[in-house]
Design a protein around this ligand. Structure first.
Ligand code: ASP
Ligand code: MG
Length: 447
């Protein structure tokens, strides 16, 4: 069988007609790309999130509607206003506005996901037409037919088996004669209601599709030429990494390298699908290959920074040598679906970090979870913290290496985790200091 590539284009790659045209060039040059998953145009999901917030005035709401309409109309007019697309777009815009105007938009997670889904829906509608106008036989495929999830609106969990079945029966046959254009980020539950996989989830969607179709390659097209040793905005010394292992890249994604959604590599690892990350603005400048076994295994590969961290410390008042405290605390966190990243413990207390991004519709820790914890222990919540992760190989034995500790000498470290994974050493530091900490570390480790 011919090689099959699933390509995902992020928000900046499909930001407007000319950006979409660059993506179309990439597709036209690579016959193996049969499935294309797109994000919403950049900025659109943020506008939709804003529309879900309780303090939006009527005037602001109208202005936000206009911003969305203007963006979409501009693309439509560059496409010379094909009537069928115009009608389909109008239909989406009317439903979008109707959803945003619902009385309980600020409180219903179900409605929020329905609203957020319009960004991707509009984007795939337009993008399929861009391809068609280049004589590519493109179909706009509603991914909700196959991306089956649970009902955890805002951060829905995909049902891998069901997705596979559905993809094989309803998407696979389309691939024979068409390029299938579809939406990242969105899915549907058993009742057919729209769900989303969480902010930045389009990468994950594309990986799930690649897995379900047993693709050979997953391409993630974004606005940077691959994965860098650290965020280039933090230091000019950052440089692209040509090849990296799944393990290292997964740690990077988990610990804040914005370039990939943290879950993206899991489906790719399950089926050993090679992942390419590149820039749709500069497709010829190369990018990063994420593979099962990388040719090199340097001690220090990259430094990731993740802002908006909460440190939750729970302390048991009574329990020297008592058992079950950890189990109880993690039981409550699990019950409330709270995902923790770093963990440190002492005899009577546990500290965990929680990701608390400002651009989502969900909270890092719900009041209900806090109440449940407070019922049997003291709880302290600290914020304005950032997580810095040094990613590499054999880091469980880096204690012997002076270089790293020297670099950390003057850093205000609030918490540190080392030893569980050979691929990372992580610490928390105040957010205000974090960018310069990363720059210093990069100088010390990557010179
Ligand atoms: N549009 C969604 C977001 O902005 C999903 C994505 O782009 O990956 O989070
Ligand atoms: Mg993204």
């Amino acid at each position: 069988m011919n090689k099959l590539t699933v390509a995902k284009f992020g928000g900046t790659s499909v930001a407007d007609f000319s950006a979409m045209s660059r993506c179309a060039d990439i597709i036209c040059h690579d016959q193996s790309i049969r499935v294309v998953a797109v994000s919403a145009q950049s900025g659109i999901t943020n506008i939709l999130v804003r529309l879900t917030q309780a303090d939006v005035s009527d005037a602001e709401r109208l202005d936000l509607f206009k911003q969305i309409r203007d963006k979409e109309q501009a693309i439509l007019s560059d496409l010379n206003n094909p009537e069928s697309i115009q009608v389909a777009l109008e239909h989406l815009l009317v439903s979008l506005e109707k959803t945003a105007n619902e009385a309980d938009i600020a409180t219903s997670e179900r409605l929020k996901d329905r609203l957020l889904s319009f960004g991707e829906q509009m984007s795939s509608l337009m993008f399929a037409e861009v391809l068609r106008q280049r004589d590519v036989h493109a179909v706009n495929f509603d991914i909700r037919q196959i991306m089956k999830t649970d009902s955890a609106f805002g951060h829905a969990e995909p049902n891998i088996e069901l997705i596979k079945q559905q993809a094989q029966t309803s998407m696979m046959p389309e691939l024979a004669g068409s390029v299938v254009v579809t939406q990242g980020f969105i899915g549907s539950n058993d009742q057919g209601e729209t769900t989303t996989l969480g902010r930045g989830g389009s990468d994950y969607s594309a990986a799930l599709i690649a897995e379900a179709l047993e693709a050979d390659v997953l391409q993630i097209w974004t606005d940077v030429i691959g994965i860098f040793t650290t965020d280039p905005r933090l230091t000019q010394a950052a440089r692209p990494i040509p090849e990296i292992s799944f393990d290292e890249a997964a740690e990077m994604a988990t610990f804040g390298a914005k370039i990939l959604h943290p879950a993206t590599l899991i489906p790719a690892m399950r089926r050993d699908i090679r992942v390419f990350v590149g820039s749709s603005r500069a497709p010829n400048e190369g990018g990063t290959w994420v593979v099962n076994k990388a040719k090199t295994k340097p001690a220090y590969r990259a430094i990731a920074l993740r802002k908006d961290q909460i440190l939750l410390t729970v302390k048991s008042p009574q329990m020297l040598h008592a058992t079950g405290f950890l189990a109880k605390v993690f039981g409550i966190l699990a019950e409330h679906k709270i995902s923790v990243d770093l963990v440190t413990t002492s005899e009577i207390s546990i500290a965990v970090t929680l990701d608390n991004p400002s651009n989502t519709t969900t909270k890092a820790i719900s009041d209900a979870a806090l109440t449940a914890l407070k019922a049997f222990c003291d709880v302290k919540v600290e914020d304005n913290l950032s997580l810095v992760a040094v990613i590499g190989n054999h880091l469980e034995s880096s204690l012997r290496e002076n270089q790293l500790w020297k670099a950390l000498e003057k850093v205000n470290v609030r918490m540190i985790c080392q030893g569980a994974s050979p691929h990372n050493l992580c610490f928390l530091t105040p957010t205000a200091a974090a960018p310069s900490v990363v720059e210093q570390l990069h100088n010390a480790l990557f010179d």
